[in-house]
Design a binder for this molecule. Structure first.
Ligand SMILES: C[S@@+](CC[C@H](N)C(=O)[O-])C[C@H]1O[C@@H](n2cnc3c(N)ncnc32)[C@H](O)[C@@H]1O
Length: 224
């Protein structure tokens, strides 16, 4: 079961500070840019962004698809979508659209590329979600995921407790234990499952771990 109730409440309440952090935190633009580079959409493509939040990836996605392309963002949380809509209006983007919907049942039939950042850790069955997304991707189209998870590098040993505190603070109330597991363990397990699904199911896959091992980007091309 996808726990959407507490998550929607949480993200609606924190949409404004989230937007500031998501767009302006040091290094975050570079991380998002690298993930969009891994997706590598072509000019004119339609990109489906699942769990688009406040639209922090829209500038990079829109630049990649150009004026002939289209970006469609999907999110469940009204407060996040209203920030995304404000961004679209402010920038005057005619080819960026947002739709309220559940990422596990995308409301868009076909896309040339599928992208999701910091979403799969919130889905109860992320492997199944990726399988569904591949069904919505045209044969030969690309999928990419950007996520955070605990680092396995020795140098990050001292940083993992800080990461655990960050994950706990940013976990909606009611999702802080999941069948007895800590939020960090749940996040690690879900991120691993989603990225593994891409690596197992797609062609021409890439996987990169950066930022002391905390940032994961995986991409692949749907067969066909
Ligand atoms: C951590 S935020 C990431 C937002 C954005 N992708 C970014 O990189 O800044 C997670 C987002 O996923 C959304 N979300 C969670 N579960 C969802 C679902 N099942 N369907 C659609 N959106 C969902 C939340 O509303 C929230 O906006």
């Amino acid at each position: 079961m996808t726990r959407t109730g507490p998550a929607q409440e949480f993200y609606s309440r924190w949409a404004t500070p989230y937007d500031l952090l998501a767009s302006h935190a040091p290094g975050v633009g570079r991380i998002r840019g690298a993930a969009v580079d891994a997706l590598d959409p072509s000019p004119g493509d339609t990109v489906l962004e699942l769990g688009c939040g406040t639209g922090a990836n829209f500038p990079a996605l829109r630049e990649a698809v150009g004026p002939e392309g289209t970006v469609v963002g999907v999110d469940l949380t009204a407060g996040m979508l209203s920030r995304a809509r404000a961004r679209i209006d402010r920038e005057g983007w005619a080819n960026v659209h947002v739709v309220r919907g559940d990422a596990t049942h995308p409301p868009v039939a076909r896309a040339d590329a599928v992208f999701a950042s910091f979403l799969v850790g919130m889905l109860a069955d992320p492997g199944e979600a990726v399988r569904t997304w591949l069904d919505h991707l045209r044969p030969g189209g690309w999928i990419a995921l950007l996520d955070l998870a605990r680092s396995t590098r020795p140098v990050a040993g001292a940083l993992n407790p800080l990461f655990r505190a960050f994950v706990l603070a940013s976990s909606p109330r009611g999702t802080r234990r999941y069948h007895g597991e800590s939020p960090t363990r749940v996040l690690d397990r879900r991120v691993a499952a989603a990225h593994r699904k891409i690596l197992e199911s797609c062609n021409a896959t890439t996987h990169e771990t950066t930022a002391f091992g905390f940032v994961r980007v995986s991409s692949g091309r749907r067969e066909g």
